[in-house]
Design a protein around this ligand. Structure first.
Ligand code: FAD
Length: 307
């Protein structure tokens, strides 16, 4: 129930303008978002890439205007140019939401998003880095995977994201476990109905483990995106049993979450990538992060009343 309310709040214009205009919210937003400007994102990337890898997300989703979609593509192209110029491209890639590139536009949305993603992939190829396409709610999975498949014809290194809470995901893992295929496995961040998704935490975790086994025993490159200590330990064990060395997969976590654990894994010589979101459109991302942990919500509420 709480999760449904939070996801509804992440889409509400009223809640958005309320939270965006609260100066007291800023320090809490800063915990999860690297900043609004590209210089903030670059500063975070320079710091993190001392011992970790990074994937940068120029925040934005559900774009309703073509001009906004084009601006998102330009923001990524410019970012990728800067990563190359600053010698950061070997350690930093980008993550992209297709809805930020216009996938939900009323006319030709899929085509516009594909063209935009292609332009971003070209810039990434020139910079010498990669792109991962984020996954949004369950209604977008087929379209997203179809665009990823098209992109992979020219850019075989494009990463896909699969969400363990969806009942279909074991099948998608099997489809995507081929040679060279980069797949990020996460639990899933949206509020999905029981008809398509496991709603019980234990069922989601069990699905995550089944998916991990498929990916680790496949021929692709698994990206284990979770902060869950139990699943992290299982991933390492499954990787070992599947004969994968440390270079054969990576861990991923979000900016500002379990940073100590990120450093600990990196210090053990494991590949550890941090997802770094930045930009002015932080509201929906921030609210999803608040909703993942009741303690975050309580902390936010206390900060707002100044205690
Ligand atoms: P949980 O069981 O939620 O958390 C395990 C532990 O991690 C918690 O006990 C807590 O200690 C810590 N933790 C987790 N979340 C928080 C938080 N918000 N604040 C403080 N502590 C926290 N989802 C998508 O649907 N599509 C995507 O494309 C996508 N990309 C992602 C990329 C990366 C790199 C990561 C790490 C996650 C991504 N997610 C994505 C989000 C993911 O689906 C989960 O919503 C999120 O990671 C929380 O799940 P968890 O696996 O960490 O497990």
């Amino acid at each position: 129930m709480l999760r449904s309310a939070i996801i509804a709040a992440s889409r509400s214009r009223k809640c958005r303008s309320l939270v965006e205009n609260l100066p007291l919210a800023r320090p809490i937003v800063d915990r999860f978002v690297a900043g609004e400007r590209v210089t903030d994102a670059l500063a975070a990337t320079r710091e993190l890439t001392r011992d970790r890898l990074v994937t940068l997300d120029h925040l934005g989703e559900d774009t309703q205007e073509r001009v906004q979609a084009d601006a998102a593509v330009e923001a990524y192209r410019s970012l990728l140019g800067t990563l190359a110029d600053e010698g950061l491209a070997a350690k930093a890639e980008v993550s992209v939401k297709l809805s930020a590139l216009g996938r939900t536009l009323p006319r030709d949305g899929d085509k516009i998003a594909l063209e935009g993603a292609r332009a971003i992939c070209e810039a990434a190829a020139s910079a010498g880095t990669t792109v991962t396409v984020d996954m949004e709610d369950h209604t977008t999975v087929d379209a997203t995977l179809s665009i990823v498949r098209e992109l992979r014809v020219d850019f075989p290194w494009v990463g896909a994201v699969l969400q363990a809470y969806l009942r279909r995901t074991e099948g998608d893992c099997a489809d995507l476990a081929g040679p060279g295929s980069r797949v990020r496995l996460c639990k899933g961040a949206y509020d999905e109905p029981a008809s398509v998704a496991y709603r019980d935490r234990a069922d989601v975790d069990a699905s995550y483990v089944r998916c991990l086994k498929i990916l680790m025993h496949g021929d692709g490159y698994p990206m284990v995106a979770t902060h869950d200590p139990r699943l992290i330990a299982i991933a390492q064990d499954v990787a070992l049993r599947a004969g994968r060395g440390r270079e054969g997969y990576e861990h991923q976590m979000l900016f500002g979450i379990r940073a100590d654990e990120q450093q600990r894994l990196a210090a053990r010589g494991l590949r550890m990538r941090v997802y770094v979101p930045y930009g002015g459109e932080w509201y929906p991302y921030f609210v999803r992060r608040l909703g993942e942990r009741p303690a975050n919500l309580a902390f936010f509420a206390r900060a707002l009343v100044g205690r």
